[in-house]
Write a protein that binds this ligand. Sequence first.
Ligand code: SAM
Ligand code: SF4
Length: 322
Amino acid sequence: MKDSYGRDIRYMRLSITDRCNLRCFYCMPEGICPAEQQDVLSYEELMRICRVAVSLGITRFKVTGGEPLVRPGCMEFMQELKKMPGVEQVTLTTNGLLLEPLIPELLKAGIDGVNISLDTPDPEHYQQITGHDGEKVRKVKHSIMTCAAAGLKTKVNAVILSSCREGWTELAKLAEKGIDVRFIELMPIGTGACEEAPGYREVLEILRQQYPDLQPVREVRGNGPAEYWGCPSLKGRIGFIHAVSERFCESCNRVRITCTGSLKPCLCYEQGTELKGMLREGCSEEALKKTMEEAIREKPLAHCFDRQEGISERRTMNQIGG
Ligand code: SAM
Ligand code: SF4
């Protein structure tokens, strides 16, 4: 469906849990309590939302969190969602720690892609960022390679942090093996607002020392707003998601469902439509559709990450789903 600014909304991010097995400082630092279990949407409730979303023209779904793979039943949920009539694409975003044993099932279910988050290849920096044993970074790197070798569409997402500078080129080298590597500017949401972070141009400058012929490529890859760059020595692409330094709201195609059932039309604002109450009061399919349709139509024109005082979102990224 189109929102009131004529943007075609066809992509939904579903945060199925706010729990996580890491504590990335910009997302879910130590001390953040997860939601009460009864406040988190059940898989049945999520499926109802997805069915209505499909009837509104949303055909692509990203399963996210928190860490989606810590929630029991995540695989079965994705399998069911993939089978839902009208669903064209189901992808997963994960930190990669629990991924490897599930790769055969993901393939069997026909999951369309996996994004694995890895900000740095360096164990010490990984530990500083995630609050967990730095040696785990090897497991994540192994998952990335196994996932790509198995034939699943694999992308790496790295949030741009100044402490990770020296690891950017090593991450970019994954693109030599055909894996897309996307560098994401740190967004001032939740604890992400407490950190000054470099913009994407700084990453580009460093990568150009290794790949002087990097050029922008005009390709649509996936659902996201990433701008892709390539060169002959890279089989994959380097992507930049520069929501902060260059906004791309005019082409935004997405809405989000938080783990507690708020339909969130823009990352920047707290404004959302609570669906959980109506779902639990046994609302009709038509009532749910009307509510979701109105919420999507009212999607704000643009974020205001450049004006701290305009950002009303107070939730942390693990609740929202990134
Ligand atoms: N746990 C999974 C993971 O890490 O991929 C899925 C959830 S996580 C919230 C989704 C994505 O959001 C990750 O790539 C993460 O790095 C990114 N993210 C979290 N906080 C962010 C922030 N403040 N700015 C930009 N990206 C952020
Ligand atoms: Fe967990 Fe992902 Fe947030 Fe890191 S970015 S704390 S892995 S939800």
